[in-house]
Each structure stands twice: as C-alpha cells, then as structure tokens.
Ligand binder design. Structure first.
Ligand SMILES: *Cc1c(COP(=O)(O)O)cnc(C)c1O
Length: 307
C-alpha cells in the first residue's frame, strides 16, 4: 500500500489526498493516454533534502507528452516549482514523486478531441523498490516471454501510461514464476531493459548497456554512465544477446525506483559469484554518496530544498 501523504498537487493547487479524484470517463483510464515520471527525493546527510535531476525529469515529462501529440499544460520549470511545493506541504524530507499528465474526460472516442489535459503531482514516502535485501545481495530474474515494444508500435522514448501494460505483463509473469523482475528482449531478440529499469553488464572491467535506440532513456542510466566514466571505466552502448548476460561477470539494473540493483541469477544461471560484484558495489556506493549529497562534483544533479 502507498503510504498516504496529506495533499496532492492537481492542476495548480494542493488538494487533500482523499479528494484527488477523476471521472470514470477519463480518456486516459480507457486508452492509456497519459504520461508520467518517477522521481526520488533523498534526505541528505547534512540535514537538507534534494530531488535528484528534477528538472531533467520534468523536461522528459514534457517530451513524453509531445511524443504522444499533446502539450503538457505546465512548463518543466513550473512543474519543478510545484514538486517542491508538494514536498514542503507534506513535510517530506525524502519521497518518491509521481507526476502524471493525462487526457481527462470529454469525448469518448479514441481521438481525444478537445478533452482537458490534467496534471497532478503526488509524493509519498517509499523505501527500496525491490527490497533492501535486493540492493545488498542482488535479485534473481528471468528473460520474459514478452518482448519489449517495437519502436514503431509504441513510442519507447515516452513514459506513456499505455506502454506499461507490457511492463505489467512481464512483471506479473516474473513474480508468478518466482523471480523478482523480468528482462525483456526487443523484437529482434536483443536485450533491451527491465519492466521499469535499464540494464548494464560488466565483463572484464568494461561496462555494456543496450543503445538508446529502443530503450527508455533513463536518467539513472545516464548518471551511471557518467559516474563509471569519471571513475575510469569504459562504457560501451551496444547490442547485447542474452547469452552475453549469462557469461557476464556482473549484471545490474538502474532506475529511479530500483536505484542500482545487482542481479545475481538469470534464467537459473548464476552471474559471476552469485552476489553483487566489485564494479557494481563500487558504483552503487558512489551513486548513493551522490544521492545523499556527499559528492560536491555532482551537486549540479541535485535540486536542494528544505522540508
Ligand atoms: C522509467 C524507466 C526506466 C528508468 O528511467 P530512470 O530515469 O532511470 O528512472 C527504464 N526503463 C523503463 C521502461 C522505464 O519506464
């Protein structure tokens, strides 16, 4: 269950949590015509708080809407302001933040007509997405029987609500079969990403990750590429076959929700030593230092605020 906060930002004002409702004929509810973001705020070790790469998330939200062919009613900067307002109103020092822009009620045809475009931002307290243990020891995953979207079937660069039926199917299958998460292949059979995470593998101290062409351009992915390069590791963005994963030294997921989660087993093959490997651990440690405000070199990624 989501841990309730007091208020939710809806179309320019804060409304009580229980009153943030929509009509059942909301277009997005029927056809998936909405776009969202997943953002995290962290309580820093110096007592302040920060939202990680907040503006870039909001720029991506505006872009996600543009890809679907509708204009977000608020600018990225306005939504940055609204996010901080929401965090402060709820006295949240750390939070998961879920902005959503969606086509509201009006006409009911597939064409959204002039239906209003609604915007809301919800923030609540949320711990580790795949569990604290997962961050420490790594998770067991399976290659999904479902493929990731073909780039001209769904718009893979948009965090469009409708896209996530594919993620839900893959995730439910993985959980049903006793795994923590799924790895989806693209329609040509190459590794793409998890249900809501990008994927990296390490082989002989080189990092590999699928190219941006068919995967969501994760901000965590981007952060880890920068961090790895700055730490002296080479990162190759290249096509990866599932057999390459089986023989990798290390594999891990990145995402706002999953943060940096090691993968210790794929399709009943133990990866490396069957626990978080040294490169994974190093990047995870350094990444959390940044998130906690302890590395001034990456201060430009942090939007500081005081709850
Ligand atoms: C959101 C998401 C990611 C991760 O993106 P971040 O910006 O790192 O949170 C990766 N893949 C998919 C399919 C996603 O929806």
């Amino acid at each position: 269950m989501v841990q309730e906060s007091e208020t939710i930002w809806m179309d320019g004002k804060l409304v009580p949590w229980g009153e943030a409702n929509v009509h059942v004929l909301t277009h997005a509810l029927h056809y998936g015509t909405g776009v969202f973001e997943g953002i995290r705020a962290y309580e820093c070790n110096d007592g302040t708080s920060e939202v990680f790469r907040l503006r870039e998330h909001m720029v991506r939200l505006v872009d996600s809407a543009k890809i679907l062919g509708f204009a977000a009613p608020y600018t990225a900067d306005e939504m940055v302001e609204a996010t901080v307002e929401t965090l402060k109103a709820n006295k949240l020092k750390g939070a998961y933040i879920r902005p959503l822009v969606f086509v509201g009620a009006g006409v009911m045809g597939v064409h959204p007509g002039d239906n209003p475009i609604k915007t809301c931002i919800t923030a609540w307290h949320w711990g580790a997405y795949l569990g604290e243990d997962a961050l420490e020891k790594g998770i067991r995953v399976k290659v999904s029987t479902y493929n990731r979207h073909h780039v001209n079937v769904m718009m893979t660069k948009s965090k469009a609500c409708g896209n996530y039926v594919n993620s839900v199917l893959a995730k439910m299958e993985a959980i049903r079969d006793g795994y923590a998460e799924a790895i989806l292949l693209d329609t040509s059979g190459h590794v793409s990403e998890g249900s809501g995470e990008n994927l990296f593998m390490v082989k002989q101290d080189v990092l590999y990750t699928p190219p941006l062409s068919g995967v969501l351009g994760g901000l965590t992915r981007d952060s880890i590429i920068s961090l790895a390069n700055d730490t002296g590791y080479e990162v190759r963005e290249t096509t990866i076959g599932r057999d390459m994963l089986y023989t990798a030294d290390e594999v891990f997921f990145t995402g706002t929700a999953a943060e940096l989660t090691p993968i210790r087993e794929i399709d009943a093959r133990v990866i490396g030593e069957g626990k978080a490997g040294p490169v994974t651990k190093l990047l995870q440690t350094e990444f959390f230092k940044i998130l906690k405000g302890d590395n001034p070199d990456y201060e430009h990624w942090l939007h500081r605020y005081e709850a």
